[in-house]
Design a protein around this ligand. Structure first.
Ligand SMILES: Cc1ncc(COP(=O)(O)O)c(C=O)c1O
Length: 439
């Protein structure tokens, strides 16, 4: 397949798409990596060699525009120069610290800058490496604050796959093989996307809260892996008020939608909330493993050290390189990138609305800022992902049945690159629609 793509690395190139090296590397990897990690066919995936800005190159030299930010982490672009500069400076000083004993200086700097972005001045944070870690922290501290194990969570929610987080991750695919280890802490209610459902969900939540068995509510302000779903205006505020009335810890999981992805620093900022706990990850470290659990004092102070031990900590807590990268991310956002999310969202939404008029397989457009989901007829989104890859665009699906095409580009993507990527995605939609009609 020949296609012409313009990238920042080099001018417009016409190339032949090849997968020889990727295929060989995938075969070799499959011999040494646990099987369930990666599912590969002759078409998908590719093995990545390098990435810069919104451009990616695989080991065969094929070039792609990135509409995924690599699971959302490269929000400020791959190898953003500001982030790279911060990492390089830190590399010259300290590679690894002693997080909870002799903390690296950069940890304090990072945490105080992050705390300033929180919706109230009294948040305290605990750093970790992955989103799941931040959720573990949130659930442990919430339990310590309320002494109650039950947690109200939402159908479709994804909060991570470690033991505690799995209690509130909904999809049975992730849970069923470990069911015997789960304590059944999650009480799942529907994630509402309209006012009518929202009213019913609030009633249900009120009912569960009144049982006295739950101590917390955890919600993604925009449901990410569950299909990029946005709750109706006012729902998050109503939920927060309900939590406060019942002394429940109100936890927002902003790991996917937060840290500048949707046009405000936190996705819940548009409702003016100050949740008891806010989990951040993915984009926070600009590609370095970094997550944070930010807590109001009544939760943050509920766990205390005992017998000279920090009772919730880890070896790499406050990793200096990740903290330096995190400072770089905030600097990059402040240098003008923050405003880009809304522009990107506008461009994608306009284009997706045109598609909705033209192609019956395009069912619904959802999301905010640089986090837009396009729900498609069954089977189509996955085909679009595979076809777009061959044509030079990396895009992924979200949703329990992979029904939603998730458009999550890095904020550094130019309008030209974005339009190019959208045109390629459109041609992939046309192609997959044709194959649907034939079969
Ligand atoms: C909302 C949300 N929470 C938590 C997680 C888990 O993060 P991680 O995969 O870094 O452990 C994810 C990952 O996709 C997520 O989207």
């Amino acid at each position: 397949m020949l296609s012409s793509v313009r990238f920042r690395w080099g001018v417009s190139v016409t190339r032949k798409y090849s997968k020889a090296r990727s295929s060989a590397a995938l075969k070799a990897l499959s011999k040494v990596e646990v099987g369930q990690v990666m599912d590969f066919t002759s078409d998908f995936p590719v093995v990545i060699e390098k990435a810069s800005g919104a451009a990616v190159i695989d080991v065969d030299g094929n070039r792609y525009l990135d509409m995924t930010s690599f699971f959302g982490a490269a929000l400020v672009g791959h190898r953003n120069p500001v982030v790279l500069g911060a990492i390089r400076r830190q590399l010259g000083r300290l590679l690894h610290g002693m997080g909870d004993v002799h903390p690296p200086a950069v940890k304090a700097k990072f945490l105080s800058k992050l705390a300033k972005r929180m919706p109230a001045p009294d948040y305290k944070g605990l750093l970790s490496l992955n989103g799941s870690d931040a959720v573990e922290t949130a659930l442990k501290f919430a339990t310590a604050a309320t002494k109650k194990a039950g947690i109200i969570a939402f159908k479709g929610a994804y909060h991570g796959l470690t033991g505690g987080a799995l209690e509130v991750t909904w999809n049975p695919v992730f849970r069923s093989q470990f069911q015997s280890t789960l304590a059944g802490r999650g009480r799942f209610v529907p994630y509402p996307t309209d006012h009518e459902t929202a009213a019913k969900v609030l009633e249900k939540v009120e009912q569960i809260a009144s049982s006295g068995e739950v101590g917390a509510i955890i919600i993604e302000p925009i449901l990410g892996r569950g299909g990029i779903k946005v709750p109706p205006p006012g729902f998050l505020s109503d939920l927060a008020k309900l939590a406060a009335r019942h002394n429940l810890v109100f936890i927002t999981d902003e790991i996917y939608c937060g840290a500048g992805r949707t046009g405000t620093y936190l996705a819940s900022d548009i409702e003016g909330l100050a949740p008891d706990v806010i989990c951040l990850g993915k984009a926070l470290g600009g590609g370095m493993p970094l997550s944070a659990c930010m807590m109001r004092p009544w939760v943050a102070d509920a766990v205390h050290g005992a017998s000279h031990e920090a009772v919730h900590t880890s070896t790499f807590l406050g990793h200096p390189i990740a903290c330096a990268a995190g400072l770089g991310v905030m600097q990059a956002l402040d240098k003008g990138l923050a405003g880009r999310a809304a522009q990107i969202g506008g461009l994608i939404t306009n284009k997706a609305q045109e598609w909705q008029q033209k192609y019956p397989v395009v069912l619904e457009i959802r999301g905010r800022g640089a986090m837009i989901g396009i729900e498609m007829a069954p089977g189509v989104a996955s085909q679009v992902v595979a076809i777009a890859l061959r044509k030079g665009v990396m895009v992924l699906t979200e949703g329990v049945s992979n029904e939603t095409l998730a458009l999550m580009p890095p904020l550094v993507i130019t309008d030209r690159e974005l339009n190019r990527a959208l045109n390629i995605i459109e041609s992939a939609i046309v192609e997959s629609q044709k194959s649907l009609i034939i079969t």
